[in-house]
Design a binder for this molecule. Structure first.
Ligand code: NAD
Ligand code: UDP
Length: 330
């Protein structure tokens, strides 16, 4: 199995889940947002060799070199840029990176007759649909190039699969992955100031940042703060293994979430209770582009993949905190 973006946050956990299910894994990553250490840690945790290629996935020649050297029976494509704010500032970079890499990868798959393809999409494609989000809903254009790249990649993959019946695609729409591997060795280590809630909370927990800014408490939710469907990254990783193992002909779309909505304040309280730390916070203005509520209808993944998220919010908080404490960055 080739995992693109396998050195990154979701990719490194996905490699572990795949290896635990008996797959051999090859990783391709340009390390633009990750570090080769994560590959060493996966090897340590699984006691398996992992061929690693530091390449840009849009480099067709480099991809073909991998396909010529390894027996690749499927692709899990997670390589991509993911910062919403940066995508607004640098749209050309996001469209080039996220679209070209996907197209090049599919071209190489068709040339080498690789039939199984799993793609990382996002709940952002649902925009402001009514919750819970169901796979059959019309997609609403998100107001940023990052979200557009996800919608466009979904369409590109669907069109290509339509005329190549042997090429099967599973599109996974992730909700909000948080937490870390139970070992505390791998997790989410964003560069600079975190954009996402959980890495910000853990950095406040260890005193790297003074307080959490909560973006708005005037949404129509139980306590006024935004609702999201947080999913343990290892559950998400196991969802990839289920998706590739159950992949049948055609294009299939699955929500990977828990189906449970949690507000920002509920997450902060759960984190404090799980880890016995205090998270000071201030309520500030809403963040531009945020929606009030986002959670999944997970019944399709349960029915067709036999997959459901097993880990609860307390485990997510405990595992995120364990990784933060092990993470040595000052
Ligand atoms: P990440 O940044 O930790 O991992 C992405 C990896 O891809 C990084 O290791 C980066 O170096 C690599 N990469 C980027 N462009 C590349 C290219 N052209 N060639 C080779 N490698 C490249 O991010 P993540 O959170 O693990 O996200 C993985 C995927 O899941 C992304 O496609 C992201 O858009 C998607 N996703 C993430 C979330 C989330 O909340 N983390 C939610 C929905 C979807
Ligand atoms: N959030 C917050 N403070 C932060 C980061 C996020 O209040 O420093 C809120 C945000 O408004 C949203 C939720 O936490 O309601 C999850 O945000 P995140 O950026 O993690 O995920 P996304 O918005 O992409 O779903």
């Amino acid at each position: 199995m080739l995992v693109t973006g396998g050195a990154g946050y979701i990719g490194s956990h996905t490699c572990i889940a795949l290896i635990e299910n008996g797959h051999s894994v090859v990783v391709a990553d340009n390390l633009s947002n990750s570090n080769k250490d994560s590959i060493e840690k996966i090897k340590h945790l699984t006691s398996k060799e992992i061929p690693f290629y530091k390449i840009d996935v849009s480099d067709q020649q480099a991809l073909e070199n991998i396909f010529a050297n390894h027996h690749i029976d499927g692709i899990i494509h997670l390589a991509g840029m993911k910062a919403v704010g940066e995508s607004v500032e640098k749209p050309a970079l996001y469209y080039t990176n996220n679209l070209v890499s996907t197209i090049m990868l599919v071209n190489a798959c068709l040339k080498f007759n690789i039939k199984r393809f799993v793609f990382s999409s996002s709940a952002t494609v649902y925009g402001e649909n009514k919750v819970p989000f169901v796979e059959t809903m019309d997609l609403l254009p998100p107001a940023n190039p990052y979200g557009e790249t996800k919608i466009m990649c979904e369409r590109i993959l669907t069109d290509i699969a339509k005329v190549n019946p042997a090429f099967s695609v599973s599109i996974l729409r992730y909700f909000n992955p948080i937490g870390a591997h139970e070992s505390g060795l791998i997790g989410e280590a964003p560069n600079g100031t975190p954009n996402n809630l959980m890495p910000y909370v853990t950095q406040v927990g260890r005193g790297k940042r003074q307080y959490l800014s909560i973006f708005g408490n005037d949404y129509l939710t139980v306590d006024g703060t935004g609702v999201r469907d947080y999913i343990h990254v290892m559950d998400l990783a196991e969802g990839h293994a289920a998706a590739i193992e159950h992949l049948t002909k055609g294009v299939h779309v699955y929500n990977l979430g828990t189906g449970q909505g949690t507000t920002v304040l509920q997450l902060v309280k759960a984190f404090e209770a799980a880890n016995r730390v205090t998270i000071p916070y201030k309520i500030v203005d809403r963040r531009q582009g945020d929606i009030a509520s986002c959670y999944a209808d997970t019944s399709k993944a349960q029915r067709e993949l036999g997959w459901t998220a097993k880990r609860d919010l307390l485990s997510m908080c405990r595992d995120a905190w364990r990784f933060e404490q092990n993470f040595q960055e000052a």
